[in-house]
Design a protein around this ligand. Sequence first.
Ligand code: EPU
Length: 337
Amino acid sequence: MVIEHNVSLQPFNTFGINAKAKRYCNITNETDLSEILKTRNNQPFFILGGGSNMLLTKDIDALVLHLNLKGIEVVNETDDTVFVKAMAGENWHQFVLWCLKHNYGGIENLSLIPGNVGTSPIQNIGAYGVELKDVFESCEAINIKNQETKKFYKEDCKFDYRESIFKQELKNKYIITSVTFKLTKHNHELHTDYGAIKQQLEAFQISEPTIKDVSDAVISIRQSKLPDPKEIGNSGSFFKNPVITTEQFNTLQSNFPEVPSYIISESKVKVPAGWLIEQAGFKGKRFNDYGVHNKQALVLVNYGNARGSDVYNLAKLIQKTIKRIFNISIETEVNII
Ligand code: EPU
């Protein structure tokens, strides 16, 4: 285990922000992780996974533990179902491709989401009608205080829209080391109702899609409207879609009749933040090296050498403007560090 000093985190965060770690350690096995937690003498530390859901607004004055635990294995199976365990440091999309190669179904709609397997349960990643919780069986995590390993099952995790117990009461208490997924071996249940997927499959002229076809459709949709972090720094959706009361929604709709919406329950409606941001005039706006993506207003981007604090100030301006125009508060989805 080597501890390095003043390491640039630019290659390790998809926003491509050039913040530094005062101390940095690449963790490749669980024994090293336990050891470093045990011997750190209450010194502050910071867990870095795929770096895909964070905005670094300053250097990190702590020991950065870069979680690079690798490995994928089938841990159990029946005639119809397979349980696959993937270590936290596996790249999410590479894991999706591994499952497709073995014809294991369930996560094809989650193709091309940036980040690592270990962080996927924390914010219950979701796209095109599927959320991580739909395929999650369990995860293993190390207790930061006493280094004991604990298994969390689905019902323990309090999954909700971009939410879980790991973002709430267990925040900074556990480090997820692996996730086990429950996937199908055949008769896959396809989720192709999402309008864009239907259209894409039609464009591909596919009427009886396989899981690989669904994945290809999702990849094509994402590539057409979401920037590739390798080319333009970003963290996917910067904000969550706000959920408002039906009363609030009725007022909004009377002022803006064309507002898109999804009904959540009898009393709650979700409104796409991307639409609100576009209406407020921010879509495609560029300020020096940072701005709002021109094809999806929910995504803030770093065109080169933006500072995290500049991006954060833009996010605050967007939040204030949305509040003023629509009287709706939008929360960040990305963690601000
Ligand atoms: N819209 C606009 N302008 C925009 C963007 C969107 O008017 O610039 C409108 C669209 O016309 C559409 C609606 O907003 O009516 C929804 O847009 P989209 O299908 O792109 O989905 P989203 O709600 O903006 C969410 C997720 C994405 C996920 C897509 C597809 C959140 C915060 N974001 O975006 O997730 O890929 O649905 O399922 O829930 C991510 O979390 O990083 C992410 C990319």
